[in-house]
Design a protein around this ligand. Structure first.
Ligand code: PGA
Length: 256
């Protein structure tokens, strides 16, 4: 199983020139690296620009709607994303749940449609600081997983990547302790095993996101045995992002 590192550029950078500069420098710095699946998720207007700069780096989107086409002003469909070369779509990111009031039910429909379009959903879950303090972490994660994966078959779940992103760790430089991440990973696997079966649970890919940088990246994969990382802020700095990928060079042996 290949490690997965996803760059979530969020609503950055501001100009096409900066996009080209950032992507080209990441591409150059990571040339020939085949042991890690690297995915860049830029804002929608930059997807085709990056796709045209051809490389082994895969393309992902940060969100999508659940219809193929039609009168849905402002929306982008999974099918459109597939047609322009995307392989992955982030879904249910806490910033969308919070700012755009996306519900577990909406996330569930999106996941189904992403799978139908033959794309891989990166399904984000995570608790707020208040929920953590109130001891509700597992309760929240269980609700998000059960509702988010409702009526998704055993076959389909193979393509779903679960991204554990504690909300209090996003963009705060307060990264989550590796042992906490490991406990969550085990909890997710147990739950998936209950909802599906042991085989599905052992194969499911779980990744971590939240203030990942070049100093802590390898610890997450080594100590908490995650299969990848979702990197926000640090992926906008090509040197730092390249450093993160290079720091994962010898991790492969820790994976199943
Ligand atoms: P961060 O963001 O790395 O800046 O904390 C991660 C994310 O929101 O995906």
């Amino acid at each position: 199983m290949k490690l997965l590192v996803i760059a979530n550029w969020k609503m950055n950078p501001l100009t096409e020139k900066e996009v080209k500069r950032l992507f080209t420098s990441i591409k150059k710095g990571l040339k020939g690296r085949k042991n890690i699946e690297i995915v860049i998720c830029p804002p929608f207007p930059y997807l085709s620009i990056i796709n045209n700069l051809l490389s082994s780096i895969k393309l992902g989107a940060q969100d999508c709607f659940w219809k193929d086409k039609g009168p849905y002003t402002g929306e982008v469909s999974p099918q459109m994303l597939e047609n322009i070369g995307c392989k992955y779509v982030i879904v249910g990111h806490s910033e969308r749940r919070e700012t755009f009031k996306e519900t577990d039910e909406m996330v569930n429909i999106k996941i189904k449609e992403i799978l139908k379009a033959k794309l891989q959903p990166i399904f984000c879950i995570g608790e707020t600081e208040e929920e953590k303090k109130a001891g509700k972490t597992f309760h929240v994660l269980e609700r998000e997983i059960k509702k988010g994966l409702d009526k998704i078959s055993k076959k389909e779940i193979e393509k779903v990547i679960i991204a554990y992103e504690p909300i209090w760790a996003i963009g705060t430089k307060k990264a989550c302790e590796e042992n906490e991440v490991m406990t969550v990973a085990l909890f997710i696997k147990k739950l998936v095993s209950r909802l599906y079966n042991k085989k599905v649970a052992s194969n499911i890919k779980i990744i971590y996101g939240g203030s990942v940088d070049s100093k802590n990246a390898s610890d997450y994969l080594r100590e908490s045995k995650m299969q990848g990382l979702l990197v926000g802020g640090a992926s906008l700095n090509s040197k730092e992002f390249i450093k993160i990928i290079k720091s994962l060079n010898n991790i492969k042996t820790y994976l199943r």
